[in-house]
Ligand binder design. Sequence first.
Ligand SMILES: Cc1cc2nc3c(=O)[nH]c(=O)nc-3n(C[C@H](O)[C@H](O)[C@H](O)COP(=O)(O)OP(=O)(O)OC[C@H]3O[C@@H](n4cnc5c(N)ncnc54)[C@H](O)[C@@H]3O)c2cc1C
Length: 496
Amino acid sequence: MPEQVPTELDVVIIGAGITGIDAAYHLSTSLPGKRFAVLEAHESFGGTWLIHTYPGVRSDTELYTLGFSFKPWTGDPYAGGAAIQNYLGETIEEFNLGSHFFYNKTITTASWSTELQRWTVSGTDTSTGKPFSVTTSFLWMCHGYYGHDQGHTPTWPGMESFAGEWIHPQAWPTDVDLKDRRIAVIGSGATMATLVPAIADSCAHVTVVQRSPTYFFQSPNTEPLADQLRGLSTPEEWIHQIIRTKAVGEMQSLTEIQMAHPELSKAGLVKMVADQLPEGYDVETHFTPRHLPHEQRVCRILDGDLFAKISEGKVTMVTDEIATFTPTGLTTEDGTVVDADVVITATGFDLTALGGVTFDADGEAIDFSKSITYRGMLFTGFPNLAWTFGSLRLSWTMRADLVNQYIVRLLAHLDELGATSVEPRLRPQDEAMAIGPYIDPANFNPGYAQRSREIMAKSGSTAEWQLDLDFWHEASVLPTVDLNDDRLVYRLPPTD
Ligand SMILES: Cc1cc2nc3c(=O)[nH]c(=O)nc-3n(C[C@H](O)[C@H](O)[C@H](O)COP(=O)(O)OP(=O)(O)OC[C@H]3O[C@@H](n4cnc5c(N)ncnc54)[C@H](O)[C@@H]3O)c2cc1C
């Protein structure tokens, strides 16, 4: 790995998670002449899969689609953090991407110069504490979507009085011993559902405290078609593409069914859970969500592990608002007392806009929350900048890969035109359009999206000015979409 970041680059990619690695692959294979660097705040690649080390951490979607289009996944469909990290490391090595990656580089500011038509990207090298800066023509934000410094922890009355230990799964301590301790896990999503079965056997007891339930889909961690194809000595590249296509098709059909028949889908998912729990279990209270299935991700339970721990009496569900913390635990609004030695806040994360970087153009601050998005990836007021935002219902990588290929096409188009920059701009006929949140809450509304509405860019009232949440539709449009769209303003050098 090189030490010094080259100071003059064509493209800077921020973030060495799945998205940044995918971007580096497409850039280096499609435009091999580009000078580029991937700058990463952490000490290694992986992003989510490097940062999260809590017991039981694993993917919630299968790796045939969470993995890359160009690198077959050969393991179990759902994988733990270490296996995913291993796959990402292999990808960097196999495609000779390592020389472009620079770690311990936290980017804090980016300044656009209209005169130079370049960004100056500055930050701190956290291994030395020294500031550094590089200039680049294009800035490609692959920083994921949530804050990596700390997870989201709501504030509850009496928190300071709790005498036990607090843990957020995003910062799992290396030295914690949960053996024989009473654990309260606050939260209802994928983190809760993967963490709880992993710790339930060794703890004295686990109580899950949730405000409202989540939908769960339960399955074994197998992909019979892949196993069958392997038995027929089918090349892994083929198996990967077949299962990937099948998985996306299934997810797409499921989403369509959920949208067309929400109540029926709800009943089906709730019954799937009820079938895993003892007769008479209060499924209505603990596993019947208030939202509809398509409005938030449906979490995956593998081999019924969470339900088995509930059935064995090792895990108790409490569904209610927390009224107050006490020195020995917490009390909920209906008066339920939960005694705990350790509280684990599996309460999710906060969405970050553009990786926490502060932006200006020619010395004037640019406010991301005032920007309108072009197709969920470019932003008015931000020349030569893209944010690769992945899929929300399917594996994140499906959309990330689609968007990354569009960005590479856009970079090639800039070269063909001899243009120095591209920026989306509202045309006169767009000025009066209705403005809404970046993620349409009528379509998808998890807590982090609702909490971040103020800081996020906005969308307009036509498809070009919106984040497309329909992967199938976008996949049919984006690869051939006209790059000479009059919503995109290209700047050409003076001709004299
Ligand atoms: C526990 C957990 C499980 C998940 N499971 C799934 C799943 O099964 N399927 C799915 O589709 N999605 C899942 N997700 C969502 C997941 O974040 C994405 O799938 C995917 O890993 C995101 O990849 P990414 O590269 O875009 O972002 P990240 O993995 O978040 O990586 C972004 C990188 O950018 C770096 N970075 C950010 N800001 C800066 C800066 N200013 N300067 C320098 N570097 C910066 C970060 O350090 C980080 O390494 C999960 C999320 C979590 C938290």
